[in-house]
Write a protein that binds this ligand. Structure first.
Ligand code: FES
Length: 485
């Protein structure tokens, strides 16, 4: 028996079947960032009766809650009937600021299907009338595209396809019938949405099921998908071309679990991508959270130590930008040293309001939420990947540093240049522009045929540069692990 919200469902299962898989098979989705590997510790359920014996890992992660029946769903095989209480993945609503590019007065919809969140903008009479953001319910199958593909390969392709299809249908039913729908996403999310099996993206030589743009129809609405360039550079990146300058050189970095780059040098465009891990999506870090109400997105030391949470709600965890902001502050005062070690209180001369927060579990951001040494280490892996990837891409086209960096990804809108530099997220001293969700912002500009044609033309000229498998990448990655400033 499964209790979720006000509902109770009776589920059938085979003896020794994995609980997380039983839930998924029955269309009940709980958060499972690591896709059932026992790493993220987010798939928490509560056994009301017959709790299985807890593992040591659960005792450490859930502490006294273990005695109240709390367990990690992915770790348990069901031996006998039980009643389990779960928290289903729920929608999160938020605002999106974007500028349509022409005053076409017909209703349109732009959608960004991110691996973590889905954003929708409804445009009428050349104005954004309504926007919403929800958690991608596929998060129940892992936080990154590789976990989702692995699940799909285990026989869950149809489930993953229909989750996205049904979610988008439900979302667009909130708006008036539109004449055109623009869908921006990475190639894996697009494959699930369009019903193409993404298997080839997850194995060598890493190919998307199709390249270029896609036109068709979805739920009676004309559909346009901006071009896909490679297995990891999709329509979320080419849509962003619509908000990037045509007349100056730049580096565009879309930061997520996978990071994609577009580098413009004169009339030439290059693109590349690098896996970075989900720490900046709030997964893979202790006390991490996706960007939802109560997620810590910033810290400051202006009037003593303060944390800022989304929509000013009670803190529930650390979002990606909160992680960058906290590391930036602690690096500035030497509380985290050049190697990423969180120092002991006696080793550093820093304001008392910081020193005071150094506890056994890490740096206390607020009651019960810590920036741990483990989270700093996971952040170092992201920054190492990102900086090494960029350095190698620049090197390949004969550049030392970019003139200007545009940072995309929802989390970037809360960042400052200081956060980026002193946390070491990017170690290039140049001009920075924080774009926020560049995929949806670009998507809403593509209702103009002229703009779509321009983006298609540029996308055809982009040269994809392979960097992740280069020997030099490893060398740069190790060098980029420590903090330079
Ligand atoms: S620990 Fe269970 S899904 Fe991550």
């Amino acid at each position: 028996m499964v209790k979720h919200g006000d509902k109770t469902s009776e589920l059938q299962f085979e003896k020794r079947e994995n609980l997380l898989k039983v839930l998924h098979k029955n269309g009940i989705f709980i958060t499972a960032y690591c896709g059932g590997k026992g790493i993220c510790k987010k798939c928490i359920v509560r056994f009301i009766d017959n709790p299985p014996k807890a593992f040591e890992l659960e005792r450490r992660a859930l502490k006294e809650k273990v005695d109240q029946g709390y367990r990690l769903a992915c770790l348990h095989r069901l031996e006998r009937d039980a009643t389990v209480k779960i928290q289903e993945v729920k929608p999160v609503f938020a605002n999106i600021e974007a500028e349509p590019c022409c005053d076409n007065d017909k209703p349109h919809i732009a959608i960004d299907i991110g691996t973590t969140t889905i954003a929708i903008a409804y445009i009428e009479k050349g104005k954004i009338e309504k926007t919403l953001n929800i958690l991608n319910p596929q998060i129940a199958f892992g936080s990154d595209v590789i976990s989702r593909i692995a699940y799909s390969n285990e026989g869950y392709f149809k489930v993953l396809h229909s989750i996205i299809e049904d979610t988008i249908k439900k979302l667009i039913s909130h708006f008036k019938k539109s004449v055109l729908m623009i869908v921006c996403a990475n190639p894996t999310m697009l494959s699930f949405f369009l019903g193409f099996n993404p298997k080839s993206i997850g194995e060598y030589p890493y190919m998307p099921p199709f390249k270029g743009s896609f036109t068709g129809e979805f739920d009676g609405i004309e559909l346009y998908v901006p071009p896909i360039i490679s297995a990891f550079v999709g329509s979320d990146i080419t849509a962003a071309l619509s908000i990037l300058p045509e007349d100056e050189d730049f580096l565009f970095v879309d930061i997520g679990t996978n990071c994609e780059f577009i580098l413009k040098v004169g009339s030439k465009y290059y693109s590349s991508s690098i896996p970075a891990g989900p720490a900046l999506e709030g997964a893979d870090i202790d006390y991490g959270s996706i960007a939802q109400d109560g997620a810590i997105y910033k810290v400051s030391l202006k009037n003593g130590f303060e944390v800022y949470t989304l929509n000013n709600k009670k803190p529930i965890g650390i979002a990606g930008s909160g992680l960058v902001s906290a590391i930036s502050l602690l690096r500035k005062y030497g509380v985290i040293d050049k190697n990423g070690r969180m120092v002991e209180a006696w080793e550093v001369e820093a304001p008392f309001s910081l020193i005071n927060r150094l506890k056994k579990d890490g740096f206390m951001l607020t009651d019960g939420i810590y920036l741990t040494q483990n989270s700093v280490r996971n952040f170092q892996l992201v920054k190492a990947s990102l900086n090494a990837g960029i350095e190698l891409l620049l090197d390949k086209v004969g550049l030392k540093k970019p003139k200007k960096i545009f940072i995309g990804g929802g989390f970037s809108k809360s960042l400052t240049k200081e956060d980026v530099i002193s946390s070491g997220l990017l170690s290039f001293d140049c001009e920075f522009v924080m774009l926020g969700n560049s995929s949806i912002k670009g998507g809403v500009r593509l209702f103009c045929k002229k703009e779509r044609d321009r983006v298609e033309k540029v996308a055809k000229e982009i040269e994809y540069v392979e960097i992740a498998n280069e020997k030099k990448f490893e060398e740069l990655y190790i060098k980029s692990m420590s903090f330079y400033v």
